[in-house]
Design a protein around this ligand. Structure first.
Ligand code: 0O2
Length: 227
């Protein structure tokens, strides 16, 4: 891609970001997803009498990050390329235990008012660098009202709605620790020695997985003792 093409792509992204990504509907889609996850977490916490979700956070992908992704993935340098990015809107949910990650995911998949478009299980099948997380690409309904009124979680039947794609990343606190550090230090970065650093980080991912399994076993042991 030459400089002129890069500039055209940047301009296209800026315009899509302005007229679609940064519109209020995006914030509402994130809010809807966050609220639904918190609700699921609260219900599970009540049933299990312990904390299940430790953190839920949402973000809208920055124009710069969209630009880099389109180039990395060789997507078309136009609006369709931007809309092919599944993670323009993202919500991350962190659980304490790995079985909770799957239980929350199952409950989310059973919600009747959202669509599940895609699932990628990087926990059962981690990425080659060690990254672990369960990804769900979902579609949530948002009202097209400019002025938000009432509960963002409820879309009235007579309202005009738009379906917005959200990438939900579900993982344990230990996996989150690893991936946040990986993102800061290594992911998508090129530097001398990156290969050996990546190798070391992959070993730590294996340690993280052992720790997650041990903590789960410990919790089950305690639950068994308390019966
Ligand atoms: P950023 O900077 O976090 O936004 P697809 O959904 O199949 O069209 P995509 O989007 O490549 O293709 O899917 P994938 O591999 O599931 O990655 C989606 C997001 O997951 C990434 O977005 C990261 O946020 C996270 N992720 C994936 N792999 C890794 C990894 O190895 N390390 C870390 N730390 N995070 C990862 P972006 O746009 O790549 O990055």
């Amino acid at each position: 891609m030459n400089e002129e093409e890069k500039a055209v792509l940047k301009a296209v992204i800026e315009s899509v970001v302005g007229d679609y990504v940064y519109k209020a509907g995006s914030a509402r889609a994130i809010e809807f997803t966050e609220e639904r996850l918190r609700e699921i977490g609260m219900l599970l916490a009540g049933e299990k009498d312990r904390k299940v979700i430790s953190q839920v956070t949402g973000r809208i992908k920055s124009a710069d990050s969209i630009y880099k992704k389109i180039r990395r993935k060789n997507y078309p340098a136009d609006r369709s390329g931007v809309l092919r990015c599944n993670d323009l809107l993202g919500v991350r949910m962190v659980c304490l235990f790995v079985d909770d990650v799957y239980e929350v995911a199952e409950r989310l998949k059973n919600q009747t008012d959202i669509h599940i478009l895609k699932e990628k299980d990087y926990i059962r099948k981690p990425k080659s660098n060690g990254y672990m997380s369960l990804h769900l690409i979902i579609e949530v309904p948002v009202s097209l009202r400019e002025d938000k009124q009432g509960d963002s979680d409820k879309v009235r039947e007579d309202e005009e709605i738009q379906w917005r794609k959200v990438e939900v990343q579900l993982r344990t606190a230990a996996m989150d620790f690893w991936s946040v550090l990986d993102h800061q230090l290594v992911y998508k970065k090129e530097f001398p020695g990156a290969e050996s650093v990546g190798k070391e980080l992959k070993e730590y991912a294996a340690t993280i997985w052992e720790l997650d399994k041990n903590m789960l076993q410990l919790r089950k042991k305690i639950e068994h003792l308390n019966i």
